[in-house]
Each structure stands twice: as C-alpha cells, then as structure tokens.
Design a protein around this ligand. Structure first.
Ligand SMILES: NC(=O)C1=CN([C@@H]2O[C@H](COP(=O)(O)OP(=O)(O)OC[C@H]3O[C@@H](n4cnc5c(N)ncnc54)[C@H](O)[C@@H]3O)[C@@H](O)[C@H]2O)C=CC1
Ligand SMILES: O=C([O-])CC(=O)C(=O)O
Length: 313
C-alpha cells in the first residue's frame, strides 16, 4: 500500500479560504479540499481549477478540489473553518456573532459526520466565541479544537516592531494573548529583537502606539479595503498552524484554547501561548503575569465572556 498524503479541508472558499488553499498547496502540506455552499459550487470548482493550473508553473503536486459535498472531505486530517460573513467598515467582529454561530454550528455537524478524527482550526469571527461554538457542536476533545487569533495578531505586532527598528522580521520575537478584539494583550515584556528586549530600544510612548496599532490591526485593514477584511496574513497564519500540526513541529504559538483554570479562567476560550504539534494543542503555558498584564487580560476575558454569553447553541 502506498503512503497516504495529508488531507486538509477548508470550509468557506472566500477570500481567506481560497488564499489559504493556495498557500497550503504551494508548501505541499497535503491535498486540499475547498468547500462552500451548493449555490457557489461552480465558483468554488473554478477557484480550485485555477489554482491547479498554477501548479505546473510553481511546481507543486498537491491536489486542490472544489466542492459543496462534505463526502470529498472524508477523513481529513485537518479541517479549517473560514465559513461565514466578514465585517465591513463601522462594524465590530462581535456584530457577526449570530449569523456566524449558525453557520459554524451547521458546518461542524458535517465535520463530525465526515471527519471525526480531524484537528479543527476555526477562523470565523468573532473567533473566540466561534471556537466555543465549534467545541460544543463537535464534541471533540479540547486539544483538537483550536481558534486562530494569536498567530495573526503576533504577526502584525512583529511587523510593526521590525518597521520601527528597520530590522529583519526574522529576528523579532513576541506574542499577543487574550481575545481577538480591540483589548487583546501584546506582551511587551516578552518581546525582543535578536534577544534584545524591545523596551531597551524603543521609547515607552512608541511602544504604546505599536501596541494600540496591533489591537486595531484588523480594523485598519477593514477600513482600507472598504468591503471586507484581511486575508493574506490570516491565511499565512492558518498555514503556519496547519504546518505545525501536520509536521508535528511543536511550535510555540498563541492560539485560542479552552481554559480550565489557566490564568484563573474556567470554561473560557481565549488566546494563550501553547505548544502546537501532531496532537493539536499539546500544552498551554500558564505564565506568571504582572498585575498590570493581568488587569489587561481580565478586561479582554470579560469582552470574550460577554460575546459568548449571547450565543445560543
Ligand atoms: N480569526 C481571524 O483572525 C480572522 C477571521 N476572519 C473571519 O473569517 C471569516 C471569513 O472571512 P473571508 O474569507 O474574508 O469572508 P468571505 O465572505 O470572503 O468568505 C466566506 C465564505 O464562507 C462561505 N460560507 C458561508 N456559509 C457557509 C456554509 N454554511 N458552508 C460553507 N461555506 C459557507 C461563503 O459563501 C463565502 O464564500 C469571517 O467571519 C471573518 O471575519 C477573517 C480574517 C482573520
Ligand atoms: O478584522 C476583521 O474583521 C478580520 C480579523 O479578524 C482580522 O483581520 O484580524
């Protein structure tokens, strides 16, 4: 019997889903199945075929299939959920909660039926609450239900630090935790370039501006695009998470995880630093925080709780 390739299903073939499919294939992380609603089956097939026709030019052998039939996603190793509506200028991510909760729930019923052993990554917003909806709907163990926020928020934070110091992005380290909203918590104390703490190189005022720009990073793109939200950096973030899982890399990345006592929170889904590997979330780092950091995290946790409290499953 030949070796089996990894299979990655992406539900939602819009801006983020399609960008993710192409980036996954370019890295040959597995065969990709792109799923959207039956009314969009032809455009979904068209996107997949267009990407396949890039493969001889770019030299990748991953197969990309467009479909509206979950049977094509049977036994996927990783399923990525990007289905739902995106915000427009003037809206908050939380305004999407009721529409997207219904969509994520129905998507999860299909995942449960066709890919019961998959590790599931949720992108749909408001993503902390949608990860909770997915966890409840799937009934999978908590290590296999993972929300994407912190990789993207950290990427934005690191972009701004690299630009501020005019240094390589490869040398910037740091992370953002908390909910994926305007009160997320970039951890300045744990941020460095080439091992040098950033607060020895950047003034407190500029650091605060970078922190604030990071918090509003999604909104900055929404306002510039005018008719949707970011997709290139979100797709890159999903690819990093998928790669960590499929290659069992044990990357240390912030992701949305079910907290059961960590940081003093119980039954809450929120972004925290974790080890991401072949078993999904393999460990949560429960770091000591300063009083100021804890106050900021409490505020973010309260925002997430408020959104989750209005979700009906
Ligand atoms: N967590 C994060 O960091 C980020 C979250 N997002 C969120 O991701 C979601 C998707 O964003 P985009 O791709 O830009 O939106 P989009 O509108 O381009 O694509 C969404 C796709 O989902 C599909 N869809 C809707 N209901 C479906 C269902 N029941 N089954 C299958 N497919 C379904 C739509 O037909 C559409 O093609 C939004 O909720 C957005 O807010 C986007 C970027 C970052
Ligand atoms: O801002 C949005 O609505 C999309 C998103 O979550 C992000 O780009 O961070």
């Amino acid at each position: 019997m030949g070796l089996r390739r990894n299979k990655i299903a992406i539900v939602g073939a819009g801006f983020t889903g399609a960008s993710t499919a192409l980036m996954l294939a370019q890295k040959e992380l597995g065969d990709v199945v792109l799923i959207d609603i039956p009314q969009l089956e032809n455009p979904t097939k068209g996107k997949a075929l267009d990407m396949m026709e890039a493969s001889p030019v770019q030299g990748f052998d991953s197969q990309i299939t467009g479909t509206s039939n979950y049977k094509d996603a049977a036994d996927a190793d990783v399923v990525i959920i990007t289905a739902g509506i995106a915000r427009k200028p003037g809206m908050s991510r939380d305004d999407l909660v009721n529409t997207n909760a219904g969509i994520v729930k129905s998507v999860c019923e299909n995942i449960k039926a066709y890919a019961p052993n998959a590790i599931v990554i949720i992108l749909s917003n408001p993503v902390d609450a949608m990860t909770y909806v997915a966890y409840k709907s799937l009934g999978f163990p908590k290590n296999r239900v993972i929300g994407q926020s912190g990789v993207l928020d950290t990427a934005r934070y690191c972009t701004f630090i690299a630009q501020e110091l005019n240094v390589s992005v490869e040398d910037v380290r740091g992370f953002v935790m908390g909910g994926h909203g305007d009160d997320m918590v970039p951890l300045v104390r744990y941020s460095s370039v080439g091992g040098i703490p950033i607060d020895t190189l950047i003034s407190p005022e500029r650091i605060q501006e970078i922190v604030q720009r990071t918090r509003m990073g999604g909104g900055e793109i929404v306002n510039l695009l005018g008719n949707g939200s970011a997709y290139y950096a979100p797709a890159a973030s999903l690819v990093q998470m998928t790669e960590a899982i499929l290659k069992d890399k044990k990357r240390i990345v912030p992701v949305i995880a079910l907290l059961e006592g960590e940081y003093g929170y119980d039954h809450l889904f929120m972004g925290v630093p974790t080890i991401l590997g072949g078993n999904g979330i393999e460990r949560i780092f429960d770091l000591d925080l300063t009083a100021e950091e804890k106050i900021a995290l409490d505020k973010s946790a309260e925002s997430v709780r408020n959104v989750i409290s209005i979700v009906s499953i």
